[in-house]
Design a protein around this ligand. Structure first.
Ligand code: GDD
Length: 257
């Protein structure tokens, strides 16, 4: 496992777009955006992908954009359509707008912004296509507020996916990572099938199968303080089935060659 690398000076201006999907994150979004803009990364932009949040997150994002002089953008979608689809739309927009690196992170502050320079520094130093902020490599940790049930469920979900897909990633459901633009373009985002949280697993699976260099660095995963998780039954069912679908599709693809 690589030690998180410091950011080499000329690279501080790398064009980095942080894509943040939001649904009802009115209390969290301003804190997150201000923390990201406060990092010593002048080339960093934030792109909020809001699915018509009833709590006014989209309007708050517009206000943040107006105050940020071009460093914050907002992509409005009409209805709640899933974390995976929000990321696909946001990543495609970031690439169109010339991002060299794309960070994905939750709006709820469970992914601490202080790790963004480490993710970028590691990507730059190693040439990895994706660097994952990992809870399950040495040095990584979970919020002390997570009870035993959540720890067991999270650990079980990771073990379940790896048993089906044999991925060499410790935190295979992780949602905090940085991609190079080149790596993302090679993944054919428009054909990603996951609507919800299984997006994370599908992206890891695709990156691995296409031979991309993948690294993990340790993070401390915080518990959300405001608002609620959007994990519902549909998300859980898709997450349980998606690994089998990925394996089946891969076998079908191999047979047809
Ligand atoms: N635009 C949009 N955003 C969404 C949607 N569903 C969720 N989000 C946003 O996606 C982020 C993560 O959603 P949470 O509901 O807070 O996720 P979680 O339960 O904490 O799970 C997260 O961590 C897991 C790892 O433990 C990840 O596996 C998972 O993908 C996610 O990142 C938040 O910013 C939330 O507002 C949606 O349908 N549309």
């Amino acid at each position: 496992m690589p030690t998180p690398a410091p950011l080499p000076e000329p690279w501080a201006a790398s064009k980095v777009t942080v894509v943040v999907p939001t649904y009802d994150e009115a209390d969290n979004l301003p804190v997150l955006v201000n923390a990201l803009l406060g990092l010593d990364l002048p080339g960093l932009r934030v792109l909020v992908v809001d699915d018509g949040s009833p709590d006014g997150t989209g309007e708050i994002a517009e206000k943040l954009a107006a105050d940020a002089g071009g460093r914050v953008g907002v992509l409005h979608r009409t209805a709640k359509d899933g974390l995976g689809r929000a990321y696909v739309a946001g990543m495609a927009r970031a690439l169109e707008e010339g991002a060299e690196y794309v960070v994905q992170m939750d709006a709820d502050l469970s992914h601490p912004p202080r790790y963004v320079p480490q993710l970028l520094g590691t990507a730059l130093a190693t040439g990895a296509g994706v660097v994952i902020g990992s809870r399950y490599v040495a040095g990584g940790s979970l919020s002390e507020e997570w009870n035993l049930r959540r720890r067991v469920l999270s650990g079980w979900a990771n073990a379940y996916v790896k048993a089906i897909l044999a991925l060499p990633v410790r935190d295979v459901t992780a949602g905090f990572k940085i991609w190079t633009a080149e790596a993302l373009r090679a993944l054919d985002l428009e054909t990603i099938g996951s609507a919800g949280y299984s997006f994370q697993v599908e992206m890891h699976f695709r990156a691995y199968r296409r031979g991309q260099k993948m690294l993990e660095i340790p993070i401390h995963f915080e518990d959300r303080q405001e608002g609620d998780s959007k994990m519902d039954l549909a998300v859980q069912v898709e997450s349980a089935l998606r690994p089998f679908r990925l394996r089946r599709d891969e076998r079908g693809h191999r047979r047809s060659r």
